[in-house]
Design a protein around this ligand. Sequence first.
Ligand code: ADP
Ligand code: ZN
Ligand code: ZN
Length: 744
Amino acid sequence: MSNSLKYIEVAVDLPVYGTFTYMAPDGISEGLLEGKRVVVPFGQRRTTGYALCESEYKNEYDDKEIKSISDVLDKTPLFPSSMVPFFKWISDYYIYPIGAVIKAALPGGIRSGKTKTKMESYICLSGCGTPDDKLPLSHKKVVDCLLSCEEMSLKCLKEYVPNAAKAVKALNKKGYVITSQRPVYHDPFGEEINPDIAPVPTQEQENIISSVLSCIGKGFSPFLLTGVTGSGKTEVYMKLASAAVNQGCSVLVLVPEIALISQMEKRFRARFGECVAILHSGLSSGEKFDQWSRITYKKTSIVIGARSALFAPLENIGLIVVDEEHDPSYKQEGGLRYNARDLAVVRAKLENCIVLLGSATPSVQSYQNVLSNKFNGLTLTRRIENRMLPDVDIVDLKHNRDSRGMRRFLSQKLIDGIKNTLFRDEQVLLFLNRRGFAGFPVCSVCGEAVKCKNCDITLTLHKTSNAYKCHYCGYAKEAGSGCGKCGSLAIKLIGLGTEKVEAAVKSLFPKARVARMDSDTTLRKGSVLKILKDLSEHNIDILIGTQMVAKGHDYPNITLVGIICADLSLSFPDFRACERTFQLLAQVAGRAGRGDSKGRVILQTYNPDHFTILSAKKQDYKSFYENEIIYRKELNYPPFSKMIMIRLSGKDKQRTQACAKALGKCCNDLKAGNISFQKSVIVLGPVEASISKIAGKYRWQILLKGDSFNSIHQFAEKIFFENANKICGKDVSVVIDVDPYLMM
Ligand code: ADP
Ligand code: ZN
Ligand code: ZN
């Protein structure tokens, strides 16, 4: 065959690994298919898939064997072909079918193919024929409106002329006006944002900006920017974004959670106006689809969003920013278990651009990357205008008993602090990392904890709904139902939750306006924003919350932060327990005193001498890191080793255990028969997970650990492809979690 035939590579929407080659339908060139959904014959049936790239004629194929694409589902591509290598990389690294990777990357509205872009009618005068004076009043009004501004949407016209639709129809018939259909983009923001003026960077900011700028357009360059909250990191992001946009590049900014996105978005909008697109899970699928279309049509050059915005269909990216890079919400649990922070670095590598990770409390992983010269380290050492870091007082809860010897969870120091703050008409933030009324409901007769029927987890009392609830599966049990073991109604509550703190604070300070922010009070869309708005307008005096309140909000009038119990996450069976605790404490403490007055933090703890608590008190990341890294090294945990978790779960207890044991044996056999694996792969388990049951499913895990990622990855692939399906079948599911975050 003389001239080479072209084919197209397709990722099918089925749980299969690898891609398949098809011929384009008659009359359509392969290049035009890239990024579109197609229907293809696959075995005996037809399936949808994603057209990836043109591929050259390959000798091993006999033309007749290559089938044709049956149908093309999209008019315009859903993603640029420059993203294909990224999808392939992800599929490979996370051992996940490529079709499923792409499906997970696309927003929901597109996936179903049901959502269409909303169209809006726009009306303008045709200029042919002058409307005569005898027009009905409503027609005349419409003409007047159109004379005053060249063009108006029908929606807008209706505000002036209630029956505009009818009038426009009539005018259209007479040829006086022209109607055209154009897509409308929902504005997910609502609020008006006033343009801001970029401040002059400080010397420190200037140095950082120029060292990053010197790398723009010169290939892949990763940076880690460390700086306490309020040191001007966001301002640095905006300056760099502006420079990238001026050079004709696009910019991707990742932010942890919805409330934070709204803050970041506000500041970017104030600076960059319309050219910003927002993507996050709080948008309806229609809204998401609109934002996605704006990006594919290149109406925007800056995308801000949560984890999944990583997949924004941007081309020619110049800069990727990952704010609060340490945040655990960058790790997706379930489905494609990816880490958006890590993938941001990968995407930057593939796009040959700059990636800037920023945090006040960087992950041990990223900081280690700076020390080993994989990342360039940048530091902002001072708060803007030298605003001071808050004073942190530590209260030892072990000595905190009231006159009857009962433990109290609000120390006198904290109560006095709240009193004084309220007296000065300033605001208080109280932090406790557990929602609900109390930690553990326990039977006072037989000592049995009230547990979830689906999970291996103690239930939590929720006063407002008068029920015990499971925080893992949502199971709820009426509060009056008593002990499941002995039937006694004498259930006592041990421990503490946000609801209980709220009740105590309300009774101590009856005049104060108290609000609570946790996942119970923020179920409804927009409720987080409402609480934050009330906080900024000082309609709230005391805000009590879980880690939701810890994140980057800037409220100058909050001058006291109380940490009710700093230890709750310290003892989790997880090698990152200290890292997480340090990050949380330092972030919450950073909420105090962002205005002109110096803030104060009262940190209550049972472990006042723990290095995590001490370094959080000083907001001293380095001292935390230096202590923590010793443990990591001694126990050979990441960043000194790599990990892959094989997770099994099933409804039948015995069967799940049996599968875990059998798969464990496969691991040991594989190791025994391979000298290289013997040296490079450590197999831990199988063990029952620390939370042995969630939502009715029993959980087991096998942890692979080793110095060489390639070795454990190869090992995991072999086990997964050669053994897992054979052993486990349909009733026990096996998933691979590469770089696992949740160890429980
Ligand atoms: P971070 O992101 O590190 O918390 P921000 O960028 O939000 O810090 O800066 C903290 C505050 O200081 C913000 O109100 C910001 O507008 C202001 N700011 C930042 N840089 C400057 C500057 N160069 N001059 C004046 N104000 C600044
Ligand atoms: Zn009992
Ligand atoms: Zn449960």
